[in-house]
Design a protein around this ligand. Sequence first.
Ligand code: NAD
Length: 279
Amino acid sequence: MGGKNGLQDRVVVISGGARGIGLATARAFAERGARVAIGDIDAGLAGREAAGFGGLGAPLDVRDRDSFRGFVARARSELGPVDLLVNNAGIMPTGRFHEADPGLMDTQIDINLRGVIHGMQAVLPDMLERGAGHVINVASLAGRFALPGLAVYCATKYAVVGLTESAAAEYRDSGISFSAIMPAKVRTDLAAGTDDADTGIPTVNPEDVASAIVRTALKPELFVAVPRFMENASAFYRLLPGSLTTLGRRLIRDDRVLHRLDRQARAHYDQRLAALSSR
Ligand code: NAD
């Protein structure tokens, strides 16, 4: 999607676009003249938010392959062939790994990993036929640097990083680009109640991630950390010997998700997760 006005009239489809990073991204693309469709499990909210930026808001459950196909088909018929898919929907339950609720754990894998696969498989046949397109998967720095209290979340994000890299290699001559966005902590409901005092890990706004996604759409790159310098920081970390990484982890109290979570501040998000898991 290069060029000066590369986003004008481009069709952008975003999963989990009713809130947080997805919504900020939808608005950023719409401001640049793109035709934007957001799909969300919270269909009512998606419809209301899409009306605000002149896009399409539709029901979508990324866990369901047919739901994703239907959403993409609707976007195609109402807006045109899909130029860009932003696979953004994701959830982040927290807690001790051995005590994880089995239902919620499955839901997390279904949304964070299967959902991304469903999205890619829904858009790829058409993109391959056209010899053009871009898939941007919203992973996380937790897909590069794993934290205690988030074992399954990190597993899904590492998986999305690998999935993106593999697809990029497989389809390198197809005209389709693939990118994995790896944000640090972002001020959204998903991060509610997590403590970020003195971590050394920066916290950014959803609009910062949206800007990085728009930049990536205009100039595709495989891996994009937000903020950008965290890409080098995570690469540097990998070069350190084990004893130093353990010391570093203790210094930044990497286990704060387990021990310093404000459950009250997170109650609303936890309720949302429980409702999702029972659907
Ligand atoms: P959010 O909770 O604010 O928004 C997520 C949206 O996804 C919600 O509108 C929700 O209804 C929707 N959703 C959930 N399950 C769905 C399903 N089955 N089908 C369709 N939509 C569904 O969260 P966010 O922080 O904006 O997260 C967006 C992405 O960014 C996630 O993949 C998350 O892992 C990733 N991320 C977030 C952070 C952070 O700190 N917030 C950091 C790095 C990466």
